[in-house]
Ligand binder design. Structure first.
Ligand SMILES: [Zn+2]
Ligand SMILES: [Zn+2]
Length: 394
């Protein structure tokens, strides 16, 4: 799909009604600049990247790739970019991606591929295109919007964003340029006028749920790289007098995210491992505060779990009864129907846990979109990242 101005050509390598998988090119007579290199979120996750010569195969050289954030539907093909092409992403985002994968024994992405880091408001030259990143709130830490100035054309690409997180949305709006020629924005909630709940309101609801179940075990299933949600869960656990338990993947991801995020060592946060292998124990070595099953069974806790932890929960349920406890489901509803997750939910139910859906979206609702459009007053708008009409909360 093409949008052609007099000077800069915009190439969309996915249909707009694709849920993520963003790959967008700004092409000028001298430069080829790519925004995001995502895998499609739905469908075959092992599908190869689309045919983009110069990016994923030999061809006219790409000047630079800019990645808004580490979600797979924006960064999933970072390891498929041909060597030698400069790649930019946030420094913390790169550290989180590396820690999250490293904790699971994967070297992804190979470190050499990231050649520079995005910094809020600091422009980067890529041939005759200047790209300025603006830090925004999303369910991934260190996310950016990208503003390109290409042969006199002013193009703002939002990536994924929201107004309901802990980062100030008015402060972002203030920084953004006004009077852009083209706004390429996410449309995850296109067609819905439902306003999203804030992380702060979600924190209160989770705390209330945990208080209501005083003395009963509580578990939470959410994305390990959603560091904002981790903070929400930590605060809710604290408000309800529980400790927060994080496994090696969660602990190391949080440590990579920076000092403000809770990890073992933060008061009230302890590490645990669900698998008894030597590797998992060695990953926890750096954390002073660790608890084994027997000690956990005696505590009032909120435990971060993953769908692969079924047999561990079975063993824990032999040490402390799960009846009356909860499994808080705090991620995209679509995952619940995927085989491993649905098996895990069924197992939790059989152990006596009630599944409670407590989640809020990481994407722009109708308020956020209107406020953004009013601020940047675009001449033209292209909506991308739009699912076929769906009520799912991403
Ligand atoms: Zn996305
Ligand atoms: Zn995202």
């Amino acid at each position: 799909m093409f949008f052609v101005s007099e000077k800069a050509e915009i190439i969309y390598y996915r249909k707009p009604e694709t849920l993520g998988g963003n790959i967008i090119e700004i092409k000028t007579p001298r430069s080829r600049v790519i925004f995001d290199c995502g895998r499609e979120l739905e469908g075959d996750i092992f599908a190869p990247p689309p045919d983009v010569p110069g990016l994923f195969s030999e061809g006219e050289p790409v000047t630079a790739v800019f990645i808004t954030h580490y979600h797979a539907d924006h960064a999933g093909f970072i390891d498929k970019i041909v060597p030698g092409v400069p790649v930019y992403i946030g420094k913390t985002a790169a550290a989180i991606m590396k820690a999250y994968n490293g904790a699971q024994g994967r070297d992804y992405p190979a470190g050499a591929r990231v050649t520079g880091f995005l910094k809020d408001g600091v422009p980067i030259k890529a041939g005759d295109v200047t790209v300025t990143p603006f830090s925004c709130d999303h369910s991934a830490a260190d996310s950016y919007m990208l503003f390109a100035e290409a042969c006199g054309e002013r193009i703002l690409y939002t990536g994924d964003f929201r107004s309901t997180g802990r980062k100030s949305f008015p402060a972002l709006l203030k920084k953004l340029p006004s009077g852009v020629d083209l706004l390429i924005r996410e449309g995850t909630h296109e067609g819905s006028d439902i306003l999203s709940e804030t992380e702060a309101a979600l924190e209160k609801r989770i705390a209330d749920e945990l208080k209501r179940r005083e003395g009963k075990p509580a578990f939470v299933l959410f994305s390990a790289t959603n560091t904002d949600r981790l903070t929400t869960l930590y605060k809710a656990a604290k408000r309800s007098g529980r400790i927060l338990l994080t496994d090696p993947v969660q602990s190391l991801t949080a440590a990579a995210a920076g000092r403000k995020f809770p990890r073992p060592g933060t008061p009230g946060v302890y590490a645990f491992t669900s698998s008894g292998d030597r590797r998992s124990y060695s990953l926890l070595k750096g954390f002073e505060k660790r608890l084994g099953k027997k000690a956990i069974a005696k505590k009032s806790f909120l435990m971060c779990v993953r769908a692969s932890m079924g047999s561990y929960l079975k063993k824990l349920s032999e040490l402390t009864p799960f009846e009356g406890g909860a499994l808080i489901y705090s991620t995209w509803e679509g995952y619940a129907s995927m085989p491993q997750t649905s098996d895990f939910l069924a197992l939790c139910a059989s152990l006596g846990l009630e599944t409670v859906f407590l989640h809020t979206s990481g994407h722009a609702d109708v308020y956020a979109v209107k406020a953004l459009v009013s601020r940047v007053s675009p001449r033209r708008v292209q909506i991308v990242h739009t699912p076929p009409r769906s009520e799912k909360t991403l």
